[in-house]
Write a protein that binds this ligand. Structure first.
Ligand code: EPU
Length: 350
């Protein structure tokens, strides 16, 4: 097992921030993880698991041992009368995996096309877009437990999925607590894609596509193509303009809080949730505070979607993690002062 030293991380984070990993190991399979754990030099070293780097802000060089997960593989594991079960290696690029499934006749993840990152990052975040969340299509996953040195499997309930949340985002606070942050490395994910396939096309943007094309019985490939077009029109491509997707989560408030805000700002975008709470559009809140198109140093608020912070300096003169966080804090302060709502960042700050 080769551990590389002083590795540039700019190619491995979607913001394009310059930073280095003091030590980085490329993980091609469970055996690499076991070998590292068996090595006294690395066994107790702090670790940082890197997937596609599409949801991180690097604020300096990373001193922990970076585990760059590169586990590959895509296969149909099982087909029953009720579902296709597809298994993917954690290091597969998310979008490529979705495209492969749609093209090979295993539909169900098309609404999640073009989300940056890797398969292994998807359950950590419980990624979601256009009416589908990962948890709706999840079967189980395999992970390597650094504490025991063994691989284990988790089903959906054990992953404790929430809105952009899972057991992998929480550290264990007591011995009975099941938090897996810093402990487990996801190696493989299995998707359960229900049969018969039904389109999820209730989102306004998708309804518009149906009207535009007069295609009211879209195939999974149609939805896939539409989602790609919608995202390309609205969200910056990180290869061209570095970013980490939505920078803040959409906050939820009580109906009373929402009524109070509506009294002051009648146009606020809000959606009732199944549990009785109200979700507010963070992009709208930030936009309403006048942030669209503004910058702090090389950190900017994207012109077409205020929820996305971008690297305005490109590869040559890239934004720093400090600039991104200064801008993020200024946005949080102004949204709090105007609406009394604390926005929570989505990416992991390293
Ligand atoms: N809005 C504005 N101004 C803005 C941005 C948004 O007024 O600058 C309004 C929009 O007009 C819309 C509402 O806010 O009425 C919501 O915006 P949008 O439909 O673009 O969705 P979102 O809440 O910004 C969420 C996810 C995205 C996902 C889309 C589509 C979060 C934090 N973000 O965005 O996920 O792709 O819905 O389902 O939940 C991500 O997590 O990185 C991500 C991109």
């Amino acid at each position: 097992m080769i551990v590389e030293s002083n590795v540039p991380l700019q190619p491995y984070n979607s913001f394009g921030i310059v930073a280095r990993a003091q030590h980085l190991a490329r993980i091609a399979g469970e055996a690499d993880l076991a070998a590292l754990r068996d090595d006294p030099a690395w066994r107790d070293a702090p670790r940082f698991v890197l997937g596609g780097g599409s949801n991180i802000v690097l604020t300096g060089d990373v001193k922990s041992l970076v585990l760059k997960v590169e586990i590959k593989g895509l296969r149909l594991l099982e087909e029953t009368s009720r579902a296709w079960i597809v298994e993917a290696g954690a290091g597969e690029t998310w979008h490529d995996a979705v495209e492969w499934m749609v093209r090979n006749g295993y539909p169900g993840l098309e609404n999640l096309a073009l989300i940056p990152g890797t398969v292994g990052g998807a359950p950590v975040q419980n990624i979601g877009a256009y009416g589908v969340e990962l948890q709706d299509r999840f079967d189980s996953l395999d992970a390597f437990d650094w504490e025991t040195g063994r691989s284990f499997s988790l089903d959906a309930a054990q992953c404790a999925f929430g809105y952009r949340d899972s057991v992998f985002k929480h550290a264990r606070s007591s011995p009975s607590d099941f938090g897996l942050a810093g402990r487990a490395v996801i190696t493989r994910v299995r998707f359960r894609l229900p049969k018969p396939w039904k389109p999820v096309a209730g989102y306004l943007d998708l309804e518009r596509k149906m009207e535009e094309t007069s295609n009211f019985t879209p195939s999974a490939q149609d939805i896939f193509d539409w989602i790609c077009a919608i995202r390309r029109a609205k969200l910056p491509d990180w290869r061209v303009l570095g970013n980490a997707g939505s920078f803040f989560k959409n906050p939820t408030v009580t109906p009373e809080q929402c009524a109070d805000i509506i009294a002051r700002d009648p146009k606020i975008v809000h959606y009732p949730m199944d549990d009785g709470s109200i979700k507010l559009a963070a992009g709208w809140l930030i936009d309403a505070c006048g942030w669209k198109g503004k910058s702090v140093g090389n950190a900017g608020v994207y012109e077409r979607q205020a929820l996305v912070l971008v690297n305005r300096g490109g590869r040559e003169n890239p934004v720093t993690g400090g600039e991104v966080m200064t801008l993020a804090k200024a946005i949080q302060t102004s949204v709090y002062e105007r609406f009394g709502i604390r926005l929570e960042p989505e990416p992991v700050v390293v």
